[in-house]
Design a protein around this ligand. Sequence first.
Ligand code: NAD
Length: 484
Amino acid sequence: MSGNQPDARNFIAGEWIAGDGEKRPSTNPADGRVLGYYSPGSAALTEQAVVAARALFDAGTWAASPRIRAQALFELADRLEAARDELVDLIVAENGKLRSEAIGEMMGSISETRYYAGLARNIFGRTFEGAPGSISLLHREPAGVAGIIVPWNAPVTLLMRSLAPALAAGCTTVVKPAPQTPLVHARVMRCVAECPSLPKGAVNSVNENGTEVGEALVASEDVDVISFTGSSATGKKIMAGAAPTLKRLSLELGGKAPAIVFPDADMDLATRELTRGSLVMAGQMCVAATRFLVHEAAHEEFRSRIRQAFSAIKTGPGDRSESQMGAMIDLPSRDRIVSLIERAGDEGRMVLKGAVPGGDLAQGAFVTPTLFEIDDLASPLVQEEHFGPIVSIETFADEADAVRKANATRYGLAASLFTTDLNRATRVSRAIRTGTVWLNCHTRLFAEGETGGYRQSGLGRLHGVEGLNDFLETKHVYLEAGAV
Ligand code: NAD
């Protein structure tokens, strides 16, 4: 502890370990207040954590004990549930999101952990007899040591989305949390430390401020899988860093989700869903709607409704009941959005200009929502992920034009369609090249349904039964019955 403030350490083989470097503060993005400190790790500590994970994996008992793994995950879900209110407070303080969003994050994480606790006892292979007496046994085996790298925007959900299937599959793990949310992460690690069925070394965690720990994990000969959630730019660096050891990669990367509004859409519903679906977590969500593609015939009506809805949003601290959109993660992110607003005004047509609010919010990482119209598909304003409360409105002439425009970025994470025509919804949802398509809603994520990216939004799937695949190998044992 530093004074009365928490001190987030590294967690290796069941021990809390201070790093070699100087402690770093973690601050509340709403007011800049220091909330506590964390001890950054190093490449050497990463190696120590990998050795602990490797030793447990190679001992074999964890990998061969699905019932114990299920029990450990149920214990972890119970501990997360017991710490729920404390974690909600910490998420609001350290991340800046709304209390309702933090509650949703905790409920989703607990549900996810229980879902994979159940699946741990349902990992089955196959058998077949290719010819009389020629018997093939296809085993599903854990892949080994998994390195898990998580971002700050949903520090509990995105950790559990990788950690729970990794443990269910029988892997051991080394986690690298985001430097922006170390206190939330350390509280989750305390829950991990309290699970009697979880052996020491199954979950290790090394903090960092920079890239040394992440790079060491990616380069390590003893790490078999990297499960990374973060931007496409970092995903590419990880792919390059993993090439010398030919590691398996699970990459959940950036997005630029289009929301297509047809003229027959229920406009009340579309406005409500897309206001929430784009401004959730102040737009800092990989699947948030960032491009409204609107049919020419519906354009004026939709623009007027969405403008009204966006301008009514109250931006403010996540712990104030009247706030409807929280803070961004830090001041540099706020300032990045402010300069994008200027650029959108120059290149496009401003519909609603966001700004840094005054009064007691002026020093926090707040910026109000922006809407702008743009026709140039090639503009970086349309092509790049902005990760903030700024959304473009574009128009389309017909269904083919809508699909062409929706598919016109290098991302392929998520999209939504608003129409009451089921035939059209079916056709268009199949033509869109994204891992998820929502019909008449936006942003519905839950443990049972796979998520992941097409194109530069990633590799592999998390959530659902396929979420286990990143952490499993298939082994073929063949025998000739006559010979045994
Ligand atoms: P980021 O890519 O900047 O960083 C993610 C993590 O990678 C950080 O913890 C960082 O320390 C680490 N890192 C950076 N360089 C590294 C390297 N060379 N080797 C190993 N690790 C390295 O992303 P961010 O700003 O933390 O998060 C926002 C991004 O995450 C957005 O692009 C968002 O779309 C994406 N995201 C995707 C999903 C999804 O499910 N697809 C979910 C949430 C967030």
